[in-house]
Design a protein around this ligand. Structure first.
Ligand code: SAM
Length: 216
């Protein structure tokens, strides 16, 4: 399913992308404020699907000191990321990788893997389970995987049944799968995580969302 969604992000206009962040209330980067205590001391942090650089920008503002490896497969978004973060002192800490994160390999293991703003939903059920396992294998012994997803779907996407979401826009369509909490716990167990901490929160535009911190 994830492979079929690629055009959506190849064709999205950057201003539109940022406008959707504002509508959802993620432009304030509240999610990064909430997870920062868990990732602050990470030496190596991986971001899966960097988009227009919202998370990288937030980490830069917070003066994050670790190394960041950010994957983004859309060449158009990668081109934009390079213009945003090139030639800044922060650039030394940042490695931008234009590649599909489903099969990523790392030079050494990561202390934190971030999968924010619903990116996890863009994978089918089997892809979700396999990805959580793959990430667990690439984490240090005390590493964390942080997944952020909506509780309610609004502004972009509608539910076609309880767990399936269809996003239809002027520039393309995307399919998504909303895992139940029990499914997330099952993925965690199958991957060998010790536990999952759940943080429920609301954005400035009153949307309910959840953060899951998977701990090894
Ligand atoms: C909803 S955006 C999230 C952007 C960013 N993480 C944030 O929180 O602002 C999802 C991003 O993941 C990227 N993406 C989706 N599947 C991917 C894959 N298999 N490999 C690399 N990037 C992917 C998309 O191109 C898009 O930029």
């Amino acid at each position: 399913m994830n492979d079929k969604n690629i055009d959506f992000y190849r064709k999205i206009n950057i201003d539109k992308f940022k406008e959707i962040a504002r509508l959802i209330g993620l432009d304030t980067k509240v999610d990064i404020d909430l997870i920062y205590p868990y990732i602050q001391s990470s030496k190596t942090l991986v971001e899966l699907g960097a988009g227009y650089g919202r998370v990288i920008g937030a980490l830069s503002e917070k003066k994050f000191e670790g190394q960041i490896i950010a994957f983004e497969r859309s060449p158009e978004l990668m081109g934009y990321l390079k213009t945003q973060f090139k030639d800044k002192s922060f650039d030394q800490k940042l490695t931008l990788v234009e590649s599909d994160f489903k099969h990523f390999s790392l030079p050494s293991k990561a202390d934190a893997v971030l999968w924010l703003w619903s990116g996890f939903l863009e994978l089918s059920e089997s892809e979700q389970a396999a990805s959580v396992k793959h990430i667990a294998e690439n984490l240090t012994p005390n590493g964390v995987l942080v997944i952020e997803i909506p509780v309610e779907v609004k502004h972009i996407g509608t539910r076609t049944d309880h767990q399936r979401i269809k996003v239809e826009t002027d520039w393309g369509t995307m399919d998504a799968y909303m895992p139940r909490y029990e499914e997330l716990l099952m993925y965690a167990e199958m991957a060998g995580f010790e536990g999952v901490e759940r943080i429920d929160y609301a954005t400035a535009t009153h949307l309910k969302r959840s953060i899951y911190v998977f701990r090894k």
